[in-house]
Design a protein around this ligand. Structure first.
Ligand code: 5GP
Ligand code: MN
Length: 362
């Protein structure tokens, strides 16, 4: 589906959404219309609560803040953005435009006129804020996870979109909000995070075309990428060294495609004086292992509780492993909450891997 019929931003080139292409299972025209109406029908003093998923990443925060800035440009003033859990923004995202919209979860509107959820595949990703789906006048869901459970009144879910920010850009265009540098920087952070800096398979021509529209606002990709991907405290460099040195390779796992994994404890974080979010980048240093299709990092979040990140190079659908273990995600990037010891958690993954092998041609 293209938006060439509706181009309120006055773009001169027909705009193919970066999610378009494959089987057209994105939002129906009626869903777009309902989402536009949900925003256009708000009174000027309407209260809008924006929520992204727990432990927000670049796509969650960038999509939420970029859309928030767009709503502000439309003249809405009662806007709050938040996410469940501690109100701590990971250091790489502390320079994002629109951060002044952010409030702690405890200060979210109790009964907003409109709640909009970003990059959350299921209600569970909203944590303690899940009740807003009931108390809000309307609940709008913007997402790109194939496993999305359509938990809003209006759902804009495009599993072919490389990032939730692709859906956000399209909705802003349909609302007549032009891209400015602030919105563009947020959406660029979101798009570049979820495409692994335009390296993953989801990096279609339409993704680059969207990046082109964002860059045309004058944002500086070098500065942004250095901040988001290439900056970390020395303590984190040392922590990575220690955690990587205990990585294990299991060539026979996943039907012989191989598994590589490591874990990090809260004690590791304390010893190196680091915050949990620094571990988000760790999977990238593990998944480069040539001898393994599947990679996994098990990150302790509490006593006997672990946040698990999994990646696959194509032989295994790790979202099936994640869903079987109570989580979710995409075919080649997924996660879940694991219980017990790190070895227990890896054991539970190992058992699921054979059932998650992708049959060639399927
Ligand atoms: P990451 O490993 O970067 O944290 O997450 C990779 C993907 O898996 C993301 O799309 C994320 O939304 C999903 N994911 C990670 N952890 C969980 C989880 O605990 N529950 C669900 N439903 N999805 C998760
Ligand atoms: Mn995303």
């Amino acid at each position: 589906m293209t938006a060439s019929a509706v181009d309120p931003t006055g773009r001169t080139v027909d705009h193919v959404p970066a999610g378009a292409g494959s089987s057209g299972s994105g939002p129906a025209e009626a869903d777009w219309a309902a989402a536009v109406a949900a925003v256009e029908d708000l009174p000027p003093d309407g209260r809008v609560q924006l929520i992204c998923h727990v432990n927000p990443d670049g796509d969650a925060l960038g999509s939420m803040l970029g859309f928030g800035l767009g709503l502000r440009r439309r003249g809405l003033r009662r806007l709050r953005a938040t996410f469940p859990g501690p109100p701590e923004v990971p250091e790489p995202f502390r320079g994002l435009p629109g951060l002044d919209l952010l409030v702690p979860a405890t200060e979210a509107y109790a009964d907003p006129d409109l709640v909009i959820c970003f990059d959350a595949a299921s209600e569970s990703r909203l944590g303690e804020l899940v009740d807003r789906l009931e108390t809000a006048g309307t609940a709008l869901v913007l997402d790109h996870h194939a496993s999305n459970t359509r938990f809003g009144h209006v759902n804009l879910v495009d599993p072919h979109a490389a990032a939730t920010s692709v859906v956000v850009e399209e909705l802003l265009a349909r609302l007549g909000v032009p891209l400015d540098a602030g919105i563009a920087e947020c959406l660029y952070v979101a798009l570049s995070t979820d495409t692994g800096s335009f390296r993953f398979e989801a990096t279609t021509p339409a993704v680059h075309a969207m990046a082109g529209r964002l860059l045309a606002t004058g944002i500086r990709p070098g500065d942004i990428s250095r901040r988001i991907f290439d900056t970390r405290p020395f303590g984190a460099v040392r922590l990575f060294g220690e955690v990587l040195s205990r990585a294990r390779l299991e060539p026979a796992a996943a039907g012989g495609h191989g598994l590589v994994w490591t874990y990090a404890t809260l004690d590791d974080l304390t010893r190196h004086d680091q915050r949990p979010y620094v571990l988000e980048a760790l999977i990238d240093s593990v998944r480069c292992t040539a001898e393994a299709d599947v990679s996994c990092v098990v990150k302790q979040t509490g006593p006997g509780e672990w946040a698990v990140s999994m990646r696959s190079k194509g032989a295994v659908d790790v979202s099936r492993v994640a869903v079987a273990l109570g989580g979710g995600g995409h075919r080649f990037a997924a996660g879940f909450t694991g219980l017990g010891t790190a070895a227990d958690v890896v054991g539970s993954i190992r058992v699921q891997l054979d059932g998650a092998l992708i049959t060639p041609g399927a």
